[in-house]
Design a protein around this ligand. Structure first.
Ligand SMILES: Nc1ncnc2c1ncn2[C@@H]1O[C@H](COP(=O)(O)OP(=O)(O)OP(=O)(O)O)[C@@H](O)[C@H]1O
Ligand SMILES: [Mg+2]
Length: 284
């Protein structure tokens, strides 16, 4: 069976997209689900979180990055299979987990421009470029579809051709958001884009899910905004709290650790979120 495909995306920066991808991937993988995380953000945050800096450097030196994957189509050369770019068994969580990763690097920010320059000079227009990136992403996932139950895309803030491609092929979209006024405005704008993509595939809007992040239980604004979000959007019951342990978990540990050791008290919420996600995505 083909894997479920999910994009974690929000135009707004710093809302917890990468943290959501890393913690969800770890929780699900610890439950035996085979997960592939694809980092579409040149900031490489989720790559660092899940692989650690040393392995990230190693992967980069051996040309196993998302830039290298797309570069072979922009610059030509002997193409390699998508699966050869993937780092197997990442994360510092203990146990035998099938959690794999395609890292990005800061250079990934240039590939879009290089591709544009090259392909536009060959007579392609923007729409055709979009289609081309979408097709490449699609065939990449097909190349590994037997190996995973879930493919998770960590998208950059703002919008890029790659994020567009991920949205267009994803069956579900998770929009992490901080419950405040400015963030809620951001969702309205972005949700339209997500909705268009769902409608093109005759999917309904119940595949677009909002996740409340950095929630402060005693903050009256957070309480009222969370209630408002719940009225207006399809929101996960689980709210990810603002927690020091969650921020600390981003740092790689050379010692393997359990999810509970890594996330402290927040591990419980992360497991709860993973259970709710499984149910919604049909990953039973
Ligand atoms: N629940 C949380 N509690 C405390 N800190 C958090 C939480 N979630 C995320 N953070 C911290 O907030 C910052 C932004 O988080 P993260 O990088 O996941 O956001 P993002 O949406 O991926 O950002 P970007 O838009 O830059 O990609 C990081 O320093 C992260 O450690
Ligand atoms: Mg991020």
């Amino acid at each position: 069976m083909a894997p479920r495909t999910v994009s974690v995306v929000n135009m707004k920066g710093g809302v917890g997209k990468s943290t959501t991808v890393a913690s969800l991937a770890e929780a699900l993988a610890s439950e035996g689900i085979r997960v592939l995380v694809i980092d579409l953000d040149p900031q490489s945050n989720v790559s660092m979180m899940l692989a650690g800096q040393d392995r990230w450097i190693e992967l980069r030196q051996s040309s196993r990055t998302i830039d290298d994957y797309f570069n072979q189509y922009v610059y030509g050369g002997e193409p390699r299979f998508f699966r050869d770019f993937i780092a197997n068994r990442v994360s510092d969580i203990s146990g035998d987990m099938a959690l794999d990763l395609l890292i990005s690097t800061p250079e990934f920010r240039y590939i879009e421009r290089h591709a544009l320059e090259k392909w536009v000079s060959q007579g392609f227009d923007i729409r055709q470029l979009n289609t081309r990136f979408s097709r490449l992403t699609h065939s990449a996932i097909e190349n590994v579809s037997d190996s995973y139950d879930l493919v998770l895309f960590d998208c950059p803030p703002g919008i890029s051709m790659f994020a567009e491609a991920a949205i267009e092929l994803s069956e579900f979209i998770v929009i992490p958001t901080i419950p405040d006024y400015v963030s809620r405005l951001g969702i309205f704008a972005f949700r339209k884009r997500a909705l268009r993509s769902m409608e093109q595939r005759r999917f309904t809007d119940d595949r677009i899910w909002t996740l409340i992040t950095k929630y402060e239980q005693h903050n009256a604004l957070h309480q009222s905004e969370a209630a408002m979000l719940k009225e207006q959007f399809n929101v996960f019951d689980t709210r990810i709290p603002q927690a020091e342990q969650i921020a600390r978990a981003a740092e790689w540990s050379d010692q393997k650790r359990t999810l509970e050791q890594k996330y402290g008290e927040a591990a419980l919420v992360i497991r709860k979120f993973a259970a709710e996600f499984r149910e919604r995505a049909g990953l039973i």
